[in-house]
Design a protein around this ligand. Structure first.
Ligand code: ADP
Ligand code: MG
Length: 337
């Protein structure tokens, strides 16, 4: 019997939800490829561990890096692996899948995802716009005639949307999110300390002591980090503070704030009034950055709430969709060719 699965194909992480079971898979959207043979060596967390550590012939790539499918073939292979991983959690012959994809994905890319899933022995029932799934997963009343604003800060993109009666009424996407935050940290440390650090180290710094606004607990935080000196090429230790990281991140965060302002400008007045009352809900891994809510509140004057389990909102939204539409969806079952 066919089971229903929801997939959040994110730029940083891919998650899968199985109807009646919950989240069954959570892996980084990373593939390690041997460039001599084009063979896929590892997928998911094992591939992510290889970033910056591979011998010359193996490269670890994020095929969806900036919110678009940069590499069709690799994305397809990655999806196939993920579907097989997910399939192990439940026995099904031909799974029916709803997919949440980044907004920047074109029709051609969408078709590629469709084909990849088909090749993996499953079938795409529907594509759900990510902001809608995020809002649903965050518990917002998306089907009501009320404006809800969601800001999803992922790896490659930050997406802001106002949703009412199940549709997106105002929307803005910027290619500034977790990855750009990491790059900003690398750049800052290089400029200030002549020290080169890797992508993984930058992400660790961000996740441990990064903040958008001075908050309790992060104010005096500091971290000892290792890198390679650009002066003499030797390994070197420095201590970096939360305040420095805040400074490193501030320009990137300002772009995210701007995206919220732009979306508000595009929002019809009645719905704006709802948002003034209900505020902004933040989802995605970037919502875990300390002080993101106070920063957004300071810059917009709106109430701001970080969703519960922000990394899981999109896939949980897809899950809610599956559970709710378990029966009514049968009629929309026809392949969408
Ligand atoms: P996507 O939907 O694009 O796959 P996610 O919503 O999974 O992205 O979020 C991934 C991003 O969130 C990464 O850039 C990661 O570094 C970042 N992230 C994860 N945990 C934290 C944290 N505690 N603080 C700041 N950023 C975080
Ligand atoms: Mg996402």
């Amino acid at each position: 019997m066919a089971k229903d699965i929801g997939i959040d194909l994110g730029t940083a992480n891919t998650l899968a939800y199985m109807k009646g079971k919950g989240i069954i898979m959570r892996e980084p959207s990373v593939v390690a490829v041997d460039v001599r043979t084009d063979a896929v060596v590892e997928v998911g967390s094992k591939a992510k561990d290889m970033i910056g550590r591979t011998p010359g012939s193996i490269v670890a790539v994020s095929p969806l890096k900036d919110g678009v499918i940069a590499d069709f073939e690799i994305t397809a292979t990655m999806l196939k692996h993920f579907i097989h991983m997910a399939a192990k959690s439940g026995r099904f012959s031909k799974a029916n899948i709803v997919v949440c994809i980044p907004s920047g994905v074109t029709e051609v890319e969408r078709q590629a995802v469709d084909d990849a899933i088909d090749k993996a022995g499953a079938r795409v029932l529907e594509f759900i716009p990510e902001p809608k799934a995020a809002a649903l997963g965050a518990g917002l009343p998306v089907e009501e005639p009320v404006g809800s604003m969601v800001l999803d800060i992922g790896g490659g993109t930050s997406e802001v949307a106002v949703i009412s009666l199940g549709d997106i009424v105002a929307y803005e996407s910027v290619r500034v999110a977790g990855n750009k935050f990491d790059e900003a940290i690398i750049h800052y440390i290089k400029k200030k300390y002549d020290l080169l650090i890797g992508q993984q180290t930058a992400e660790e710094i961000k996740n441990q002591i990064g903040s958008a606004y001075p908050t309790e607990g992060t104010e005096n935080a500091a971290l000892q980090i290792k890198g390679r000196s650009l002066v003499d090429g030797l390994a070197k230790n420095i201590t970096i503070t939360a305040e420095e990281i805040r400074e490193a991140l501030s320009d990137s965060l300002q772009i995210v704030v701007e995206a919220v302002h732009t979306t508000l400008e595009k929002t019809p007045p009645e719905l704006c009034a709802d948002i003034i009352d209900h505020g902004i809900t933040v989802t995605g891994g970037g919502a875990l950055l300390h002080g993101i809510a106070p920063l957004l509140h300071q810059e917009t004057g709106l109430p701001v709430r970080v969703a519960e389990d922000p990394l899981d909102c999109v896939v949980n939204g897809a899950g809610k969709y599956l559970e709710k539409d378990a029966h009514s969806k049968k009629s929309a079952d026809a392949p969408q060719e």
